[in-house]
Structures are given as C-alpha cells and as structure tokens.
Design a protein around this ligand. Structure first.
Ligand code: ADP
Length: 249
C-alpha cells in the first residue's frame, strides 16, 4: 500500500480577533481516504479553523494547500469549486421541495454557494440519475418523493450530506454531523461517513468521543487555539494533557 495522499494541509495557521489569538500555530494534514477529527473543549478554535480552511476568514498568518495548490488567499467560492466543501454550505435544505429535488437543486450549483434559480425542466431531468445515485449512497432512496420538511431530524441531516456530496468534494468538512441525533441515527451517519471517505478525505468536528474512537483514523486535539495532541485515538486518549483538558482541570 502506498502512503496516503495529503489533500489538504495547513502550516502555522494563526488567527487573531482584535488582538485575541483564537488560533495559533496550527498544522494539519488531511489524507485521501481517511477520516480526521478535530476535537477540543468549547472555545478551543475548532470553528475558526474550519472558517480559515474554507476561506470564510483570512488567516493572520500561515499557509493552506489544497491538492498541492496554495489556497491561502483564494475566495471561498473558488475553494469550493476546487473541491473543499463544508457541510453547512448548502445545509439549508428546502422543506417544501422533495428529497429528490433538494439534491437536484444542489447538483445544478457550481460551488454550493448562493441561491440559483431553477434551470429548465429538461436540464433538471438530466440530473435525476445522479441525484438518485446520491440518495442511494446515503440510504434515502425510499424517501425520494417525500417533502424534505417531513423527514425526521436525523434524515434531514443525512439529506444535507447528500446535497454536499452533490458538489463532488475531494475534501469534505463536517461540523458536528451527529449533533442532536439518537443512537440509531448516529450509527447510520457513521456508516455514511465511512463509505463517503473511501474516495475522498473527511475532516470533522465531533464532540462524541465514542464516535471519534469508532470512526476516525486521526485526531487533532485543540485547546485555546493550539494543538494539544495529534495521533490515532489510542495515542491521544492516553495523553496526560488531553486527559486533563477533558476532565476540565
Ligand atoms: P470552538 O469552535 O472550538 O468552540 P471557536 O473557533 O468558535 O471555538 O472560538 C475560539 C475563540 O475565538 C473563542 O474564544 C471565541 O470567543 C473567539 N472568537 C471566535 N470568533 C470570533 C470573532 N468573530 N470575534 C472575536 N472572537 C472570536
């Protein structure tokens, strides 16, 4: 087996807000075919790191590369087109459209940003096979003709993942994909993430350490904006500083 390919990397990421250092000296490597978790207590800087990677925020310092290309100063729309997509980018699913139409609308957007008017019906029809394939990937094929607003909470979040996959991301950023879900939905979403990570990279913020242990190949632990530890679950969970951070000392 060859070395897993780094598809997204950050070096020396730093972000200040009016002099307050929210993220400092963060290095990350995200690999094709792997699931990477970003964890840490509230205020650790996880959201800020996501905002820096997707270019919603410019870094005060540091460098970001996507598929070997420097994206440190690239626009969010361009970064999305290049293949780095965050789940909530189109997470606003349309409750009065069917499940299938939500995915077809997502498929007709070039980068998942902004709202676009419907194209002609024949143009939409051409998107149906791909939309059905995506619904199958996430196990929503039976809900194809339901209104998105009628889905359970867990299945709405699954539909969000399908609309994100419509952009064919090379790197998928998921912000607490299981938040608020019951055990059964957590299992379903874990399986979906595992299957979509086979041919792309996944970076996720996740609070549920059982999920992280079960699902993630690599874990970066942030605390007060800095990397406290990084490694596989066994490594980070046995790290004394991580234990202290999670016991709230
Ligand atoms: P997490 O997602 O890990 O909870 P955040 O990235 O949201 O952490 O926040 C990290 C720190 O940066 C917090 O102290 C937060 O208050 C601060 N912060 C985040 N965004 C801003 C902002 N726009 N202006 C000022 N401070 C911010």
């Amino acid at each position: 087996e060859t070395e897993p390919r780094v598809v997204l990397s950050a070096r020396g990421l730093r972000r200040e807000f009016a002099g307050f250092v929210a993220v400092n000296n963060v290095d990350l490597d995200v690999h094709h075919g792997k699931i990477h978790a970003l964890i840490g207590p509230n205020g650790a800087g996880k959201t800020t790191v996501f905002n820096l990677l997707t270019k919603f925020l410019p870094p005060t310092n540091g460098r970001i590369e996507l598929l070997g290309r420097d994206i440190t100063y690239t626009s969010p729309a361009k970064v999305a087109r290049l293949g780095l997509v965050r789940s909530f980018q189109i997470s606003a699913i349309f409750p009065y459209l069917t499940v299938l139409d939500n995915v077809r609308v997502a498929l007709q957007r070039p980068n998942g940003l902004g709202v676009q008017f419907w194209r002609s019906l024949s143009a939409l029809d051409r998107l149906t096979p791909r939309a059905e394939e995506l619904l199958e990937t996430v196990g929503l094929e039976n809900a194809r003709d339901s209104l998105a607003g009628d889905l359970s909470y867990g299945r709405k979040r699954v539909l969000e993942i399908a609309t994100t996959l419509a952009l064919d991301p090379k790197v998928l950023l998921l912000d607490e994909p299981m938040a608020g879900m019951g055990q059964e939905d957590v299992g379903t979403v874990s399986n979906i993430i595992r299957s979509v990570a086979r041919d792309r990279a996944v970076l996720m913020v996740e609070h549920n350490l059982t999920v992280v242990a079960d699902l993630c190949d690599w874990i970066t632990v942030l605390q007060r904006g800095e990397i406290l530890a990084a490694g596989d679950y066994a490594t980070v969970s046995s790290d004394e500083r991580v234990k202290i951070a999670y016991m709230g000392t």
